[in-house]
Design a protein around this ligand. Structure first.
Ligand code: KG4
Ligand code: ZN
Length: 338
């Protein structure tokens, strides 16, 4: 049987990434993340799109050279069609379409959120892949949801955030602490040095499996404003404890609903995916539930958690095997249901 070699392209937000998968194995996974947004404290869509245009050719070339693959060996091109920032998605989509046309190979669209979840099936993502049906807490800068994964392409969102995403909560609260964007990884790092029991923040009480993170953001903001009236250096003097306490609260909010869903649906195959799944507090809470609740947990390797093209190449490979190809007239879409 001929090898299946797929180039995956990801450009939905602020990371330009390209990867090569050969059969089940990722040969390269290259990303250029855009530092420009740090100055603005968040992703500026117009700048993101311009940076993708600058990065895409060198990133794709590097993915080929690291994988030691020639353009002529490529069987198909997978690309993120959505959801994401339209201007960013357009760059990857147009590039993928042009290259597929010039190489005369099939084009395969990929849903970014499905890709975060299906990253678990990359052969070196986990010691073992999850078994269907499993629950996947998908937590990123733009999304927070519990997905019931019945099969590769049969997914049902059973709970989601009604306002901010978990990553957004980390980033916005980090901004209150004057941390750079994206603050999530910085909060995580500082939390390791702090006392997580020092400060308590209100947690939302929502029905079913839905989330809300705007309340905790506001409660942190008011708390800090009040403390700073008495001590202007309050944040500086308590930064590690603040980060640890905030991380504890966000992780508890995430885990409470996930535990409820797992119990109600009687599922013990539990995965996490998306940028926030890199969080050490969340990873630890998942692992603890292996003993406490008998869960089998699936936590992807770090490089497959934040936005990356390996997950896009993986999904494109699954679709290639099913003969699911995309018309060259396909357009990028900012909204895309899973
Ligand atoms: O999946 P992702 O790379 O991009 C989106 O599709 O949004 O997720 C990025 C989000 C950001 O909000 C970032 O702060 C958060 O993931 N993040 C983290 C950590 N690493 C990334 N949040 C908490 N702890 C981390 N270690
Ligand atoms: Zn993402």
């Amino acid at each position: 049987m001929n090898d299946i070699i797929i180039l995956g392209i990801e450009s939905s937000c602020d990371d330009t990434s390209a990867a090569i998968i050969k059969n089940h194995t990722i040969l390269s996974n290259i990303a250029a993340s855009q530092k420009i947004h740090i100055e603005y404290g968040g992703v500026v869509p117009e700048l993101a799109s311009r940076a993708h245009q600058q990065n895409i050719i060198p990133v794709v070339q590097k993915s080929l050279s690291v994988a030691n693959i020639q353009q002529k060996d490529i069987s198909a091109i997978g690309f993120t069609r959505g959801p994401g920032l339209l201007g960013s998605l357009l760059v990857g989509t147009s590039f993928a379409k042009s290259l597929a046309m010039s190489l005369d190979v099939p084009l395969i669209e990929v849903n970014h959120l499905q890709a975060h979840i299906l990253a678990h099936f990359i052969d070196d993502a986990n010691p073992k892949s999850p078994e269907f049906p499993f629950l996947c807490l998908t937590v990123s800068g733009g999304h927070t949801m519990i997905v019931l994964v019945k099969d590769y392409f049969e997914m049902e969102i059973i709970g989601k955030t009604s306002d901010d995403a978990a990553g957004e909560a980390f980033d916005k609260i980090g901004k209150i602490f004057d941390l750079d964007y994206p603050a999530g990884p910085i909060v995580d790092k500082l939390a390791k040095l702090g006392d997580k029991t020092k400060f308590k923040f209100n947690k939302p009480h929502l029905e079913n499996y839905d989330y809300s993170f705007s309340g905790i953001k506001t409660s942190v903001l008011y708390f800090i404003q009040k403390q700073e009236k008495e001590n202007p250096d309050f944040v500086k003097e308590n930064l590690n404890d603040l980060c640890a306490s905030v991380q504890k609260a966000i992780v508890e909010i995430l885990m409470d609903k996930l535990e409820k869903a797992a119990k109600d649906l009687n599922i013990n195959e539990i995965a996490i995916a998306g940028g926030v799944s890199a969080n050490s507090g969340l990873r630890e809470a998942m692992k603890l539930n292996e003993d406490k609740l008998g869960w089998k947990t699936y936590i992807p390797k770090f490089e497959y958690t934040t936005d990356n093209a390996a997950m896009i190449a993986m999904v494109a490979k699954l679709k290639f095997e099913r003969g699911e190809f995309t018309d060259i007239k396909a357009v990028a879409t900012s909204r895309y249901e899973i």
